[in-house]
Write a protein that binds this ligand. Structure first.
Ligand SMILES: [Mn+2]
Length: 355
């Protein structure tokens, strides 16, 4: 298991590369060019800039998260071919600087979704929170109106420009069925995976977060059966997974440890974090410790050790503790604590194996 840590770039993150380099066992950053819009080819000079910054601190840039997929690709519009072409060029450029894994997702309209970024717990820490009743059973067409009214629904991190596009996007997705989305994903993979193989870059799809349909939009990377189907769309080791224990773990029927054992050789990148699920479907992100949440992090790390996992891992999100002001979910302290918990489990099993 090769440990990495997400970094949002110079001037765009409260955590410094120096601090990241001081976390035990962290070899590299997980990075992206956050100012390049989805669908555009990544400029070489910006890629090289990040490489130089990371290497100055002894960190590699092996994992990119994410190269975002343009909405036209997910919608299956004729214009998708231009964006797929740009995606291929970006893969080639990233290979040239030594990138080994590209994480991406195939979620319509939204990436991850929460209703509260700073939900306070009893101990005074705050964390990302999802309140199911605020989101479920809302007609997508009512959503924009509700957010604009700013009455019963507020959505964190939604800039006005994005909201302006939302109605149009929902309109475009109105007739896109779950099967259409599967077909559009297959089309994308059939184009991309041969290029990834040629350049020795593993593509790792991130599961949908949360792992069920929202606002009437289809979501497909949500459980074991669907992941089995995904891996067969293009049955190639370069068509892999970013197995996120927190995303999948928000559905109590998902056993992530089992998934690690079943899909092990197709996992390019492990996102490891815990969530506590409540009976009404709400969930909050917790510390990594198994006892603190609903996801058995101990068993997941044990499973990675069992399969001899040599891929990349990161602690995914953390809580906000010790007064840290940071990007929601991306502080230094709790993620660093999480890493030490993961290493504790890993090293214990490693030692047992040697004895
Ligand atoms: Mn994740």
């Amino acid at each position: 298991m090769r440990m990495a840590f997400r970094w949002f770039g110079e001037g765009n993150d409260t955590v410094s590369l120096k601090h990241i380099g001081q976390i035990p066992g962290v070899e590299g950053i997980v990075w992206s060019l956050h100012d390049v819009p989805a669908g555009e080819e990544w400029p070489t000079e910006k890629i090289l800039e990040v490489k130089q910054q990371a290497e100055t601190h002894g960190l590699n840039i092996d994992v990119v998260e994410s190269v975002n997929v343009h909405e036209d690709i997910k919608l299956g519009l004729p214009s998708r071919d231009i964006y797929i072409d740009n995606y291929k060029k970006t893969i080639e450029k990233l290979a040239q600087v030594g990138v080994k894994v590209i994480c991406y997702n195939f979620m319509p309209v939204f990436d991850w979704l929460r209703t509260d970024l700073y939900k306070e717990s009893e101990d005074g820490s705050t964390a990302l929170f999802y309140e199911a009743s605020k989101i479920e059973n809302i007609d997508p067409m009512d959503l924009v109106e509700k957010i604009n009214e700013n009455s019963e629904l507020t959505m964190p991190g939604w800039e006005p420009e994005r909201l302006a596009h939302l109605s149009k996007l929902f309109q475009l997705y109105k007739d896109v069925t779950t099967e259409d989305l599967w077909n559009n994903l297959k089309y994308f993979l059939e184009e991309i995976i041969p290029v990834a193989e040629k350049y020795d870059i593993k593509m790792g799809i991130h599961p949908d977060d949360p792992p069920y349909p929202i606002f009437g939009l289809p979501r497909i990377i949500i459980n074991k059966e669907n992941i089995q189907r995904f891996l067969k769309l293009v049955d190639n080791p370069y068509n892999g997974l970013t197995l996120c224990s927190g995303s999948l773990g928000a559905n109590p029927n998902n056993n992530v440890g089992d998934m690690v054992r079943e899909f092990g050789d197709r996992i390019a990148f492990a996102h490891i974090r815990n969530v506590r699920i409540f009976e009404n479907g709400d969930f909050i992100e917790t510390s990594h410790r198994t006892k603190d949440g609903s996801v058995d992090i101990y068993d997941i790390v044990k499973a990675y050790h069992e399969i001899g996992f040599t891929g990349y891992a990161r602690p995914d999100h953390g809580r906000h503790i010790w007064g840290e002001e940071c990007r929601p979910g991306y502080g230094l302290y709790d993620r660093a604590l999480g890493i030490m918990y993961l290493w504790g489990i890993w090293d214990t099993h490693e030692r047992q194996k040697q004895n």
